[in-house]
Design a binder for this molecule. Structure first.
Ligand SMILES: NC(=O)C1=CN([C@@H]2O[C@H](COP(=O)(O)OP(=O)(O)OC[C@H]3O[C@@H](n4cnc5c(N)ncnc54)[C@H](OP(=O)(O)O)[C@@H]3O)[C@@H](O)[C@H]2O)C=CC1
Ligand SMILES: Nc1nc2c(ncn2[C@@H]2O[C@H](COP(=O)(O)O)[C@@H](O)[C@H]2O)c(=O)[nH]1
Length: 325
């Protein structure tokens, strides 16, 4: 098996088929909706809050609200009142099942529910998928996080509509160091490995450091890409603003960090400072332009054309050119 990651893969251009990059279509159908980009901000407290969720939903982007210190039903109701779609996160505990019950009883429902736990290949996730499908059969269920083809197959068989791949590649992740497990350092090839068996969409989660990594994720099988650190350092980002030597930063901490948990127990995340790089809308626009360029380099017009390109692995024992996936 080839082992590689975002920083040692390059995609190979094919003959251009457009006159302008503006002809390249970055949009994607995910569930029952079509979105402008195959990108979603991570469902973390320092990445997304309600104003950002509203901005994204109203602007044609996918979003997943985080699940921490939040009344998911009240959030869903407020989004519905504004005529926006509802996309929430869920844990796997009894109180999370009660939230699903309340969403159903209230009639507010949810369009997308992301079951988000560290080790998503678990019976608790199977039970939560079953619970959601019973109470909210219309909801599109994303389940994770996982790291292996076996897990993707199980989650799909348990009823998940999409799976989220990535255990430990995140920028504020310390799972690899604390447990010795995960896809940190080889996330892109783990994605390729999982995509081979997937029959439903995959979300690649964690490890995205540059806009070009989005095209690489699509190349290796992602329908959608979840991004934390690249979104955490904006004027609107919910993390606290910190000034160091006259430079402004936003705090970005892991969902399994003591900062998020409020206690030091099963900590698998840390806190860092991300330099503030401007407004979120400008980054989304630049991301779209960069992805349009990626599609043009692929000799295509749509996201799916990225899947056809060859690639090279730079350095290491797997180095070389690959003509087929
Ligand atoms: N993508 C990634 O690499 C990682 C992401 N995270 C993020 O951190 C947040 C907190 O995650 P998590 O701690 O799972 O959430 P929770 O604290 O909500 O845990 C969910 C449930 O799963 C159980 N659980 C968690 N980890 C394991 C495990 N390794 N084996 C068996 N049971 C387990 C917990 O029980 P108990 O606590 O008693 O074990 C709890 O009942 C999530 O948002 C998650 O996405 C965390 C680590 C890795
Ligand atoms: N191991 C941990 N992973 C975490 C934690 N909190 C979030 N995450 C994962 O990271 C990605 C974002 O990654 P990035 O490289 O884009 O910054 C996020 O979507 C989660 O899957 C954590 O505490 N520990």
């Amino acid at each position: 098996m080839e082992i590689f990651d975002y920083d040692n893969i390059l995609l190979l251009p094919r003959k251009c088929r457009v006159q302008s990059r503006s002809e390249c279509d970055t949009s994607i159908t995910f569930g029952a909706r079509r979105f402008t980009l195959p990108v979603v901000p991570a469902n973390m407290k320092t990445v997304i809050d309600e104003p950002i969720a509203e901005m994204l939903a109203a602007g044609g982007h996918f979003y997943v609200m985080h699940r921490f210190d939040l009344d998911g039903v009240a959030f869903a109701r407020r989004m519905r009142d504004k005529g926006l779609f509802v996309s929430i996160s869920s844990g796997v505990k009894p109180q999370d099942h009660e939230t699903i019950d309340r969403l159903a009883a209230d009639g507010v429902g949810a369009d997308y529910i992301t079951i988000d736990i560290a080790h998503g290949h678990a019976d608790s996730v199977r039970e939560t998928i079953e619970h959601i499908k019973k109470r909210l059969p219309q909801a599109f269920v994303i389940a994770g996080n996982v790291a292996t083809p076996e897990a993707v197959i199980d989650l799909e068989n348990w009823g998940a509509d999409a799976t989220k791949v990535g255990v430990g590649p995140g920028k504020v992740c310390i799972t690899k160091l604390k447990t010795g497990f995960g896809t940190g350092g080889w996330q892109l090839s783990a994605l390729k490995w999982c995509a081979r068996v997937a029959t439903k969409p995959i979300i690649a989660d964690g490890g995205i450091r540059h806009h070009g990594d989005i095209a690489k994720s699509v190349r290796f099988g992602a329908a959608m890409v979840m991004v934390g650190s690249l979104f955490a350092g904006h004027e609107e980002s919910p993390g606290q603003t910190v000034e160091v030597d006259g430079k402004r930063y936003k705090e970005y901490y892991g969902s399994a960090s003591d900062f998020n948990k409020g206690e030091y127990k099963h900590v698998e995340g840390k806190r860092i400072l991300e330099p503030i790089k401007g407004r979120l809308g400008d980054t989304l626009r630049e991301m779209r332009e960069d992805l349009q360029s990626s599609i043009s380099y692929a000799g295509g017009r749509a996201l799916a054309d990225l899947k056809k390109v060859n690639y090279v692995i730079l350095g290491g024992e797997n180095a070389g050119e690959h003509l087929f996936m």
